[in-house]
Design a protein around this ligand. Structure first.
Ligand code: FMN
Length: 169
């Protein structure tokens, strides 16, 4: 079972999580990068939040990633404006997930990500993917160590879900 960990991170939390997930799942990491670099000031919360709320995708760089090289993937990144950030939207819109087992993982600073997870999983399933596990974490609440523990739990859950699917074949 070959797994990819595909992530977007602006402030670094998702980068750490991606690294832990790839270690746990022996997966290869692929970073989503926006073409236009965002300035990390006050205005970011208006522009980025606005784009996320209206489901707008940002322009992302071409990636050295071929989904056909993998059986499963985890997509992770931050919650912006209560919804998936524009770079995650862009990745999903340009990817055909047909036949792939997908895990979704979002980070927040206290917001509820249930609606965002549902929107993302609906989009992925419309594009042929099978979303197995979706979860989110508050990066403010959890210390780095706890965040890595939660990440390990998530990876275990993902592995078990894949095994359960195989078991029903
Ligand atoms: C434009 C913008 C909007 C955000 N909106 C929310 C939000 O609605 N709810 C929330 O809990 N956190 C929000 N955040 C905080 C992000 O979720 C947080 O920065 C992210 O989880 C950290 O991940 P990263 O370090 O990988 O970038 C927002 C951050 C940005 C930059």
């Amino acid at each position: 079972m070959k797994t990819a960990v595909v992530y977007f991170s602006l402030f670094g939390a998702n980068e750490k999580i991606a690294s832990k997930l790839s270690e746990e799942l022996r997966g290869k990491i692929h970073r989503i990068q926006e073409i236009k670099q965002r300035k990390k000031g006050f205005a970011l919360y208006f522009t980025g939040g606005f784009q996320a709320i209206f489901g707008i995708s940002s322009k992302i760089k071409d990636m050295d990633f071929k989904i056909d090289d993998y059986d499963s993937l985890i997509l992770e990144g931050p919650l912006w404006g209560g919804l998936p950030c524009p770079a995650l939207n862009a990745f999903v819109e340009k990817t055909d997930f047909t036949g792939k087992k997908v895990g979704i993982f979002l980070t927040t600073t206290g917001g509820n990500a249930v609606v965002a997870l549902k929107k993302l999983s609906d989009k992925i399933e419309q594009r042929g993917g099978n979303c197995l596990v979706a979860d989110y974490y508050n990066v403010f609440k959890l210390s780095s160590e706890k965040m890595l523990d939660k990440t390990r739990e998530y990876a275990e859950h993902f592995k078990k879900s894949i095994k359960n699917i195989r078991g029903t074949k």
